[in-house]
Ligand binder design. Structure first.
Ligand code: PLP
Length: 440
């Protein structure tokens, strides 16, 4: 019995010891193979064990591994920031580097508030967000998150920023159907703004496609165009939280690229380094940075490891790999195959209520009644059971339950590394097929 060590997610539970990984596969020290069908936490976009990244990191580490951002900049960090400015939409040209998605969204929160303060507008201190959202685990990021299970223990410490309905067509909060609904979910943002007062709201933060809280929920066409229009009308900064959707995960480089919208701030994490090192980013528009530059000049945020050269070198190598291996295109093509295969499983198993998502961010929602979309009772733990059957069979899928208001749901996500091949998509679908028949 262990009496010390790493604090695991579930204390007292045995976790396999991974010895190495290659591509979409991980291997434990007992020789068991796992398909990383969730890319860890939807992170390892380029797959495991890529030598080019290890080499780029070794080269950077041998030159200089750390400089402090208050004293110096580095070639690696500048190269990465310039690359991101080339790739990001609109005038998103300035990057603040941090170490996790939670830090990236909190930095976005602070920059949005500071942007108004610099103009003498001090009342705009609230950030609106949606129910059924996840923006991170630190207190500021959790304040913006509508993930009920993750908020529950700390509600007294948190702001009530989630105030807007999610564009969740399978469980429409307005009991309507697209397109007849007239995008009431979009209009709900305006309702919340009028209730709280635009003069109090600095920003609206959203995941382009909702991940951890609901399982790859994409809004209907026209939704983000409406959101952008409303935010412009009320002088509210838009923050696209692309921590999960960014870097090719959804079949486009950024999730917002699926719609005709350009955010004022964008956050990246996970796929930016593909897990090879902790790295995340808050990318900010010229418009916002120029206001801060003309004002106090300094963005009031930062961490010891911000803009770490070693991490930046790893991310540059990851981006090169994504481009040279056409992984954004592969994400789109393999994602379509995955969704087609899952829709076939949907015909076979009467517990699959919905298959959704874009690229290789694919959600599956289990229900007890296909007609009414009634979920299984919480105590049946259908989602958890499915996860553990898959795990036993050597397939890892991602839990996306516990995040929806008023509903305990059983959604999961399939999100393998973007290097997955057609044959491997079939391998994943076969294990899911076997697991579903065991679950029934
Ligand atoms: N934002 C989104 C959309 C996420 O999915 C996550 C993590 O799942 C975060 C922020 C928080 O990122 P991290 O876990 O790196 O702090």
């Amino acid at each position: 019995m262990e009496n010390r060590g790493v604090i695991k997610p579930m204390l007292g539970t045995h976790y396999p010891m991974i010895s190495h990984g290659k591509g979409i596969y991980l291997y434990d020290d007992q020789g068991k193979q796992y398909i990383d069908g969730s890319s860890g936490a939807v992170t390892v976009n380029i797959g495991h064990g890529v030598d080019e990244i290890a080499m780029a990191m070794a080269e950077q580490a041998s030159k200089v591994a750390f400089v402090y951002r208050s004293h110096f900049t580095s070639q690696a960090a500048e190269r990465l920031a310039n690359k991101l400015a080339d790739l990001a939409p609109g005038d998103l040209n300035w990057t603040f580097f941090v170490n996790s998605g939670s830090e990236a969204t909190e930095t976005a929160l602070k920059i949005a508030i500071q942007y108004f303060q610099e103009q003498g507008i001090t009342s705009k201190t609230k950030i609106l967000s949606r129910w059924t959202s996840y923006h991170g685990i630190t207190l500021g990021a959790l304040s913006m998150s509508g993930h009920l299970m993750r908020r529950a223990r700390f509600t007294d410490l948190l702001e009530d920023f989630p105030a807007v309905s999610a564009p969740y067509c399978y469980r429409c909060p307005f009991h309507s159907t697209y397109p007849g609904c007239g995008l009431q979910c979009g209009e709900d943002l305006e309702r919340a703004i009028l209730e709280i007062g635009a003069e109090n709201i600095a920003a609206f933060i959203f995941e382009p496609i909702i991940g951890a809280a609901g399982g790859a929920i994409a809004p209907p066409p026209g939704y983000y165009e409406k959101i952008q229009e409303i935010c412009h009308k009320y002088n509210i900064v838009t923050i696209a939280d692309e921590v999960m959707t960014g870097m090719g995960r959804t079949g486009k480089l950024f999730g917002v690229n699926h719609w005709n919208m350009t955010p004022d701030i964008m956050t990246l994490g996970k796929g930016l380094s593909a897990g090879y090192t902790p790295m995340a980013a808050t990318i900010v528009s010229d418009r916002i940075i120029s206001v801060i530059k003309q004002g106090t000049k300094s963005v009031m945020s930062g961490h010891t490891f911000s803009a770490n050269p070693l991490s930046a070198a790893a991310c540059c190598a990851v981006l090169d790999y994504v481009e040279s291996h056409h992984l954004v295109h592969n994400s789109e093509a393999r994602g379509e195959e995955m969704i087609t295969g899952l829709k076939e499983l949907m015909m076979k198993y009467a517990i699959i209520g919905d298959v959704r998502g874009k690229g290789l961010m694919v959600g599956v929602e289990f229900v007890s009644d296909l007609m009414t979309h009634r979920p299984f009772p919480a105590e049946a733990k259908v989602g958890e059971q499915f996860l553990s059957i898959c795990f036993e069979k050597g397939l890892i899928v991602y839990p996306a339950f516990g995040g929806v208001r008023g509903y305990e749901g059983d959604s999961i996500m399939i999100a393998p590394p973007l290097v997955v091949t057609s044959a491997q998509v079939k391998e994943i679908l076969n294990i899911m097929d076997e697991s579903l028949s065991e679950l029934m």
